[in-house]
Design a protein around this ligand. Structure first.
Ligand code: SAH
Ligand code: SF4
Ligand code: F3S
Length: 451
């Protein structure tokens, strides 16, 4: 079979990262092998995110670049595809405005890529932004090589309709994969060498597959041979039930890190956002989680400058962040999204005010993150090496608390053998964005591996 080159660029959340991987898996039997640059690719896919205006703008500027490559190419022209959430939300507009785009498809139809590619190669322009009745998950092939840390999508879509958010429109209604299917995939990943599995969903803790809730699913995955670490994301405070909180106490493989977005610390703004909880309720949930798992590290997402947000509301957000004490956070300026209720609310906050509030919040959150990382210095943690560093001999991994750690392997042999292992690392220095350390137990690992 002809070898063909596949270029995929991914924006947005982990669901999109997972989807891009699956697109590559679907296209593999057709002879497509991934490449890192679009320049000589035969098929270029932009897997897009619609969450904020900036994310969308970047897609259109990238499309311009791909068009130049396509125009300049002599002989058979590459196919250009737009996938993901911008495709879902603005598919018609893309088809109309960008005639050089061959395929547009949403997050729920990429299992049909072989057909779409066939049609596009025949000269047709293809658009597929349906929400099909049958699940794509029934049609996706096994991943080729998952690596030591793998994503596993268990739930998609969202019925929560926060007033700022496009996800319920781009991903559709909430849907949980059957537990047997998830557990089957987890076993295959473990068989291929994955030690860590991150269960993914837009509202992952709303998971309900048959009799299983997320805690049941985590317990079942924890039983699988070879799985040593489990994580899940993203959670909504409303679905953080006692059963799941107990799982943090009872299941050692469940890592002590939780991303639990709060968005705002003001009850008035939380209500306008339709988050359906108060600041106090959020802090009470955190308290419960910390009681169950005292060393848990927390992270969150914040939006500043939501319509109607006053200085007082912002001060409430600062106070909540101060009380919660985070290990790391994402924070954004509110970006009005067409079609969402927030976009037509009164009280739009001027850009300059949003800027100032974001700076103030980020100063606090970065200080918390730096403090959290610095508190790791001198301690020893088990680190899963799941990425290779930029410099030769450098390995990158994660602590249980999701901090990135880099080490220099003692020699070339150790470098090869340490990749994919969980090894004790003593932290020698801490930075805002990560840690550096030295391997404590390489001898043990080396002898185990070569035995
Ligand atoms: N499902 C997750 C988050 C989805 S989007 C949840 O429920 O929390 C990821 C983050 O993007 C959100 O948590 C929010 O902080 C941010 N975000 C979403 N819509 C936004 C908008 N219109 N403007 C700015 N930030 C937004
Ligand atoms: Fe968006 Fe809210 Fe659903 Fe999260 S819970 S995906 S923020 S609508
Ligand atoms: Fe973006 Fe779609 Fe994820 S809008 S954040 S890629 S669900």
């Amino acid at each position: 079979m002809d070898k063909k080159k596949l270029y995929i660029k991914t924006w947005g959340c982990q669901m999109n990262v997972y989807d891009s991987q699956k697109m590559a898996d679907v296209l593999f039997p057709l002879g497509y092998a991934p490449v890192d640059a679009p320049d000589d690719a035969d098929l270029m896919i932009l897997n897009t995110c619609h969450i904020r205006e900036k994310a969308t703008d970047k897609v259109f500027s990238d499309l311009g670049r791909l068009r130049e490559i396509k125009d300049a190419r002599a002989g058979s022209k590459p196919l250009i595809a737009v996938a993901g959430c911008v495709a879902q939300a603005e598919g018609d507009v893309i088809m109309k405005r960008a005639k050089f785009v061959d395929m547009v498809f949403g997050p729920q139809t990429y299992h049909l890529l072989p057909e779409m590619v066939l049609q596009a190669n025949g000269g047709a322009r293809v658009i597929n932004t349906d929400f099909p009745v049958e699940s794509k998950f029934d049609h996706l092939p096994e991943q080729a090589a998952p690596g030591p840390s793998a994503f596993l999508s268990v739930q998609e879509g969202c019925d929560k309709f926060c007033t700022f958010c496009v996800v319920p429109y781009t991903r559709g209604a909430e849907f949980s994969r059957p537990p047997e299917q998830v557990i089957g995939e987890a076993k295959r990943l473990a068989g291929q060498g994955a030690k860590e599995i991150t269960l993914l969903g837009q509202n992952v803790n709303a998971y309900h597959g048959g009799d299983y809730d997320l805690a049941d699913l985590i317990a079942a995955v924890a039983e699988i041979d070879g799985i040593e670490r489990i994580r899940y994301m993203t959670s909504h405070p409303r679905d953080m039930n006692d059963h799941l909180i107990e799982a943090h106490r009872d299941i050692p493989a469940l890592m002590p890190f939780l991303h639990l977005p709060v968005q705002s610390g003001s009850d008035r703004i939380l209500e306008r956002m339709n988050r359906k909880h108060t600041a106090e309720e959020y802090l009470a949930i955190i308290e419960k989680i910390r009681t169950a798992r005292p060393d848990i590290a927390l992270s969150s997402d914040f939006i500043v400058g939501f319509p109607g947000e006053t200085d007082e509301d912002h001060a409430a957000t600062m106070a909540l962040a101060e009380k919660a004490g985070y290990a790391s956070c994402y924070s954004f300026k509110y970006s009005p999204r067409p079609g969402t209720p927030g976009a037509v609310m009164d009280g739009m906050v001027p850009e300059a005010v949003k800027d100032k509030r974001l700076q103030e919040l980020q100063a606090l959150l970065f200080a918390q993150q730096t403090h959290f990382n610095e508190s790791a210095a001198g301690k020893t943690f088990p680190v899963l090496f799941d990425r290779k560093g930029q410099k030769p001999g450098q390995l990158l991994g994660k602590t249980p608390y999701m901090q990135s750690v880099y080490v220099n392997a003692p020699n070339e042999q150790a470098y090869a053998r340490l990749f994919g292992e969980i090894v004790d690392v003593k932290i020698s220095s801490a930075f805002q964005n990560g840690l550096a350390g030295e391997i404590v137990t390489s001898e043990a690992v080396l002898s185990k591996k070569s035995a």
